[in-house]
Each structure stands twice: as structure tokens, then as C-alpha cells.
Design a protein around this ligand. Structure first.
Ligand code: ATP
Ligand code: MG
Length: 271
């Protein structure tokens, strides 16, 4: 049994004022196994964030079905945690108190909360900063607080929407390898959206490539590098082949969509 199953999802955004409808996702079906690390790439606007919001049940599909452990997904729950690019930390709370927030919302009692928050702050390597405030941290450290907060509620599935999008290229690579280290210890199921092809290959057991809007699944690519993975696998010929395969698929999507001329949707490739 797959842990997460999406079956022929369609999502149309309705504009209440004009009555117009915009199809963002079309016929999206895929499955994710427990403990799997799946990355999602696709042209800007193809519906990646929409897809994660459907799984988080912040949106309802226009048609189609989603299930977690064979039960239909119908409302938000702490079994799925969403991590955004902008971290969403509360500036007036310390690192520890920010991590505790998710547990508070889940209704975990105070003493248990503190203990769990400490454990996850330590897991992401921020023990020395547990009493610092977000403005005292670097972007990468703030992102780790966001990850600790998401992990602390012990979700079954972690949904990550371009979590490293705001970081510069080098920090980004370090964060990706740190995320793998945490994941190898914790083995939560992860769905990770990124614009960065190298990041998608480096992290994934499997890459889902989406079409230009309306988003469909174009291809699923299994990534066969053994784990644990070193950052240096990016310099291997095998990695280059994966990179090229995805680049070609995305380029085709972008050209077909006609948005190429606008010049704002060129796929990002880390050097
Ligand atoms: N609330 C909304 N109402 C109407 N249309 C929307 C709404 N949210 C998103 N869309 C449209 O749906 C499509 C998919 O948006 P979405 O944010 O899921 O794309 P994305 O793949 O995450 O893009 P990006 O890579 O730029 O983050 C886009 O064309 C967007 O303009
Ligand atoms: Mg998005």
C-alpha cells in the first residue's frame, strides 16, 4: 500500500467576481511510498504549490481523490506539515519557542512541548541558538528552525515548497545536504518542490516532472544514487545525464507553453 495516493486530480481556481475559472492542475495522479523522498520540478505557474496545498487540504480538488494511508484526505492535519520558502517564523519568539509553536497548535502539553522542541532544535544543529531570536540568525539558520518546527509535530509527510528558494547557491547546497542528513535519521516521507534541477536530482529517490500550466505529470524519473549521498555526486557523469534529461523535458514544456518569449520562466540550473 502506498502511503500517499493522488488519483486524477483536477483543480480549477474560480474567480468569484468574474465567474471565470482557471484550470491549474489536470489529471494529476501519482503515489508516494512511506519514507520516500520525492522532488517535484516544473515551469513556473504549473501548479506545484497548488499541488502541495491540495495535499495539505488547504484547497479542495475540483475533482479526483487524495488519500493518506488509504484514508481520504479531507481536512488539514498534523500528519502533513508544510514548509514554505519564507520560513514563517514569529520574530518575537525565540528559536525554541518558534519550534514549540507547531506543538502548541497540536495541543501537546507544555513540558512535553519543550522537551520535543529541544530535541529537534538539536537535530538541526541549533542548540547553541535556542534562545536567540530570528533576526539574530542567518537565512540558512532560520530555514533550519522552520524545518525543526515542521519535524517536531512528527508529521507522516513533510511538504516542502521551495524551502531553500531565498538562500544563495552555496548555502543552498549545504542546506540540501543537511536536509538529507536529517532525513536519513528520521526517514519521513518528503515531497519537495524546487526550481533547481541539481537540487532535485541530488535529493530525490524519484523526480516528478510537471508540464506547463495546466500542470500534468510529464515524467517520473527514478534516481539511483546510493545513500548516504555526498555533494560531490554532482560532478559525476551519471548526474550530468539526469540533469540533461530534466533540463530537456523542462525546456520542451516551456517552449510549448509559449511563455518562453516573456523571459521570466527560464529554468534555474545551479552551476
Ligand atoms: N488563488 C488563485 N486564484 C487564481 N489563480 C491562481 C491562484 N493561485 C494560483 N493561481 C494560478 O494557478 C497556477 C498555478 O499556481 P501555483 O502557485 O500552484 O504555481 P507554481 O508551480 O507553484 O509556480 P511557481 O513555480 O512560480 O511557484 C498559476 O497560473 C497561478 O497564476
Ligand atoms: Mg510555487
Amino acid at each position: 500500500m502506498s502511503q500517499l495516493a493522488l488519483d486524477r486530480l483536477h483543480l480549477a481556481y474560480e474567480n468569484q467576481a468574474t465567474g471565470a475559472s482557471f484550470l491549474a492542475l489536470s489529471e494529476v495522479s501519482f503515489k508516494v511510498e512511506r519514507g520516500e523522498f520525492v522532488t517535484i520540478v516544473g515551469p513556473s505557474g504549473c501548479g506545484k504549490s497548488t499541488l502541495l496545498m491540495l495535499i495539505a487540504a488547504l484547497l479542495k480538488p475540483t475533482s479526483g481523490a487524495l488519500s493518506l494511508n488509504d484514508r481520504p484526505i479531507s481536512q488539514p492535519g498534523s500528519d502533513r506539515a508544510l514548509v514554505f520558502q519564507d520560513f514563517a517564523l514569529l520574530p518575537w519568539r525565540t528559536v525554541l519557542a518558534n519550534v514549540e509553536l507547531g506543538l502548541e497548535l497540536k495541543g501537546v502539553p507544555k513540558d512535553k512541548r519543550r522537551e520535543a522542541a529541544r530535541r529537534y532544535v538539536q537535530m538541526v544543529g541549533l542548540r547553541a541558538f535556542e534562545n536567540s531570536f530570528p533576526h539574530q540568525l542567518s537565512g540558512g539558520m532560520r530555514q533550519r528552525v522552520g524545518i525543526a518546527r515542521a519535524l517536531s509535530v512528527e508529521p507522516e509527510v513533510l511538504l516542502m515548497d521551495e524551502p531553500f528558494g531565498a538562500l544563495d547557491a552555496q548555502i543552498r547546497q549545504v542546506m540540501a545536504s543537511e536536509l538529507l542528513r536529517i532525513w536519513e535519521r528520521d526517514r519521513k516521507t518528503i515531497l519537495f518542490v524546487t526550481h533547481d534541477i541539481d537540487e532535485a536530482v541530488y535529493l530525490a529517490d524519484r523526480i516528478i516532472v510537471m508540464s506547463a500550466s495546466p500542470g500534468r505529470i510529464v515524467k517520473e524519473i527514478k534516481v539511483d544514487f546510493p545513500r548516504p549521498r555526498e555533494l560531490a555526486i554532482r560532478n559525476t557523469p551519471e548526474f550530468t545525464l539526469y540533469r540533461k534529461q530534466i533540463w530537456d523535458l523542462l525546456e520542451e514544456q516551456i517552449r510549448n507553453s509559449g511563455s518562453w518569449e516573456q523571459g521570466d520562466v527560464e529554468p534555474a540550473v545551479a552551476s
